[in-house]
Design a protein around this ligand. Structure first.
Ligand code: PXP
Length: 247
């Protein structure tokens, strides 16, 4: 089985563009759930540019699907996570000027801060995932700081300009998924996945979960969110059932 986490930050981005009260993010979470989302993923950024605290609180209260709270390694966010008690917390790097999360968390380079954050969250009974690039050093560091899971950054695969590059990036993800699995970490993946590039990643058996946002919300403009989620889920399940794809 492979789970789908639907990232609905972009619904909040649309609302915040006009500082309006709609579209309502918890309604989007409900529509995604109807389409078969196993999980709702939101990134509460320090600058609150899209998702607001209220959105997370409402999703936690109203939605049956699991909640994946993406956040930075700060005391403010740890306190908020403890209050919300999500299904999983995914720690991500955060730069104010970036358009979206650009690279994976530098776990080795920030070992003390990451270890402290992971420890505080786990002490509160929370499950912790780290968003990392698909390289061995990051996986070993993630294991060393006590993470339960890692989410492999698929951005370089998604943005590859040639098929040869894409194959190389795919092989790095496949290798990282196997290494992480052998270390005993649960393996998730995400960023930049869309209806065309998802199949290869979904076929990697060690990957238990994909978190996908932009492509689904973009398709939802034309077909509605429930349908867009259903189509992504079908695509993932088809690829997983078919097994490894020819490269
Ligand atoms: N996973 C993480 C950790 C992310 O930061 C994001 C983007 O917010 C996603 C998954 C989803 O990426 P996309 O919107 O490109 O599908």
């Amino acid at each position: 089985m492979i789970r789908l986490g639907v990232n609905i930050d972009h619904v909040a981005t649309l609302r915040q563009a006009r500082r309006e009260q709609f579209p309502e993010v918890v309604a989007a979470a409900h529509a995604a759930e109807l389409g078969g989302a196993d999980q709702i993923t939101v990134h509460l950024r320090e600058d609150r540019r899209h998702i607001q605290d209220r959105d997370v609180e409402l999703i936690r209260e109203v939605i049956q699907a699991d909640l994946n709270l993406e956040m930075a390694c700060t005391e403010e966010m740890v306190a908020f996570a403890k209050q919300i008690n999500p299904y999983v917390v995914c720690l991500v790097p955060e730069k104010r000027e970036e358009v979206t999360t650009e690279g994976g968390l530098d776990v080795g380079g920030n070992q003390d801060a990451v270890e402290r954050t992971v420890g505080a969250l786990k002490e509160a009974g929370l499950t912790v995932s780290l968003f990392v690039d698909p390289d061995e050093e990051a996986l070993l560091a993630s294991n060393a700081v006590g993470a339960d899971a890692i989410e492999l950054h698929t951005g370089r695969y998604a943005n590859a300009r040639t098929e040869a590059q894409r194959v190389n990036e795919f092989l790095a993800i496949q290798k990282a998924a196997r290494t992480a699995h052998e270390l005993g970490l649960r393996v998730h993946a995400g960023h930049g996945l869309d209806y065309r590039n998802v199949a290869r990643i979904a076929a990697v058996r060690e990957i238990e979960e994909l978190n996908i946002g932009f492509a689904i919300v973009a398709r939802a403009v034309f077909v509605g969110l429930t349908q867009a989620v259903r189509e992504m889920r079908d695509e993932m399940l088809r690829a997983r059932e078919a097994g490894g794809l020819d490269l």
